[in-house]
Design a protein around this ligand. Structure first.
Ligand code: ATP
Ligand code: MG
Length: 378
C-alpha cells in the first residue's frame, strides 16, 4: 500500500533546517508532496536562493522519507520563498522569544530586546577585563562551550567590535544567513555566535564612535535570531566604558565576570573594569583568574605570573573567585586554529577548569529564586 501524504509529513517533522535548526515542517518549508506508488516527490521551499546547505537538506529529506515502508524512491526538488513568505517566517521566529520578547516592545531601555526583561529566561554573562590580552575571549568561548556541553542553550555576542576574535576562535568561516533582515547566527560547537567579524574583513579597521557602537550592539540584539538561550555570553572589549554602558542599557540584568591574571599589578587594572561595571549599575558576579600556573614536564606547577591576584581582587570586590585557569600551549593553539580546548580536549587540565567555572555559574551562582526562609525545603 502506498504511503499517505500525512505519513510523509510526519516523517519529515524531525528533519531540521541546517541553519535555523528547526523542523522544516514547522518552518513551512515543505511544499508539494506527490506520491506515485513507491515514488515520492517532495518539494522543499528554501529561505534563500543558493542555500549552501542544499545537498545536506536533500540527504536529510531522502533519508527520512526513504525510511518509510512502501517508499522505493525519493525525489527532492527545491523552490525559494517569496518575500512575503520570508517576512512571515522572520516574524514567526522573532515572535518566539516568548512572552519576554513580546513584553520588550516599547520598553524604555530598548525596543524588543528580550534579554532586557525581568522575566527573561536568558542569563546574560558579560566577560570583561581592565586591559587587553588577559584572556577574555578565550574564557568567553571556552565557558560558552562548557555550558553547551552541560546541556544548556548558549549564544556568544562578540561585543569587541574593534578587536573581534570570537569567529576565529570558534573556527567559523561562513557568513550568517540573512532572512528578510533577520540575521541567523552561525553555530559552532553548539554555540550561536554573532560578531562584527562577520561584517568587516579581518584586516579592515572598524573606526566607530560611541553612538555607532551603541547602534551596532542594538542591531546584534534585535536583528539576530537568538531564540531564547539559557545563556548569552558577551565578550566585552577592554578599555573605554562605551560598550559597558550600552550593555547596561540594553541588558540591565547582565552579570559581569572580571578576568584577571595573577600578578598584583594586573588586578588593580581589572578592578577598574569592575568599578566601571558598577558605575553603570551592572552587577559584578565573580572573578576568573587566567594564566594562573603552568604545569611543567616535571609535573610541578610554576606560577609564572605570580599568585593571589584573583583571590585579592575577589575579596576587594566582595564576589567569589569563580575559577583559576592554567596556562597551556594547547589553549592558545586551539584559539588560533578555531579548535577550542573544551571541545577538542575536554579532559585536559584547562578544559576541566573551564567546565568547573561553567558548573559554578549554573549552581551556586545561579539566581536565587527562594527568598522566604519558611519556604526553603531542607
Ligand atoms: N590560559 C591560557 N593559556 C595559554 N594561552 C592563553 C590562555 N589564555 C589566553 N591565552 C592566549 O593569550 C592570547 C590573548 O588571549 P585572548 O585573546 O583570549 O585575550 P583577550 O583578553 O580577549 O584579548 P583582547 O583584549 O585582545 O581581546 C591569545 O593568543 C590566547 O590564545
Ligand atoms: Mg578578546
Amino acid at each position: 500500500m502506498p504511503v499517505t501524504e500525512a505519513q510523509v509529513i510526519d516523517a519529515l517533522r524531525p528533519v531540521q533546517d541546517p541553519e535555523l535548526h528547526r523542523s522544516i515542517v514547522d518552518l513551512d518549508m515543505v511544499g508539494d508532496v506527490r506520491i506515485d506508488g513507491g515514488n515520492v516527490a517532495v518539494n522543499v521551499t528554501l529561505t534563500v536562493a543558493g542555500c549552501p546547505l542544499r545537498a545536506e537538506l536533500t540527504d536529510r529529506v531522502s533519508d527520512a522519507v526513504g525510511a518509510l515502508d512502501g517508499v522505493d524512491h525519493v525525489d527532492v526538488s527545491f523552490g525559494v520563498m517569496t518575500d512575503e513568505q520570508r517576512a512571515a517566517l522572520r516574524e514567526r521566529l522573532q515572535g518566539e522569544g516568548g512572552a519576554a520578547a513580546q513584553a520588550g516592545h516599547g520598553h524604555q531601555h530598548a525596543a524588543n530586546i528580550p534579554f532586557a526583561e525581568a522575566g527573561a529566561r536568558t542569563r546574560v554573562l558579560g566577560i570583561s577585563s581592565g586591559k587587553g590580552g588577559v584572556g577574555k575571549s578565550s574564557v568567553t568561548v571556552n565557558v560558552a562551550i562548557a555550558l553547551a556541553r552541560l546541556g544548556y542553550e548558549v549564544g556568544v555576542l562578540d561585543a569587541d567590535v574593534y578587536g573581534f576574535s570570537v569567529p576565529r576562535m570558534l573556527g567559523i568561516t561562513q557568513a550568517p544567513v540573512v532572512i528578510d533582515q533577520m540575521i541567523v547566527p552561525p553555530i559552532a560547537y553548539d554555540v550561536k555566535c554573532i560578531s562584527m567579524g562577520f561584517f568587516a574583513g579581518e584586516d579592515q579597521p572598524v573606526i566607530w564612535r560611541g553612538p555607532m557602537l551603541h547602534k551596532a550592539l542594538e542591531q546584534f540584539l534585535t536583528d539576530v535570531y537568538w531564540g531564547e538561550p539559557d545563556f548569552l555570553l558577551v565578550d566585552m572589549p577592554p578599555g573605554t566604558g562605551d560598550v559597558a554602558l550600552s550593555v547596561a542599557q540594553y541588558m540591565p540584568r547582565s552579570e559581569v565576570f572580571v578576568v584577571t591574571t595573577p600578578q598584583p599589578a594586573a588586578q588593580r587594572v581589572a578592578q577598574r573594569s569592575a568599578l566601571m561595571a558598577r558605575k553603570v549599575q551592572l552587577s559584578v558576579a565573580g572573578v576568573i583568574e587566567n594564566m594562573s600556573w603552568f604545569t611543567g614536564d616535571d609535573g610541578k606547577r610554576y606560577e609564572i605570573f605570580g599568585r593571589g591576584g584573583g583571590e585579592e581582587l575577589a575579596q576587594k570586590l566582595d564576589v567569589p573567585l569563580v575559577g583559576r585557569i592554567p596556562l597551556v600551549t594547547e589553549l592558545r593553539e586551539g584559539g588560533d586554529e578555531g579548535r577550542p580546548i573544551v571541545a577538542t580536549e575536554p579532559d585536559s587540565e584547562a578544559a576541566q577548569a573551564f567546565t568547573a567555572v561553567a558548573e559554578r555559574i549554573t549552581t551556586d551562582l545561579a539566581p536565587k529564586r527562594i527568598y522566604r526562609r519558611e519556604l526553603t525545603i531542607h
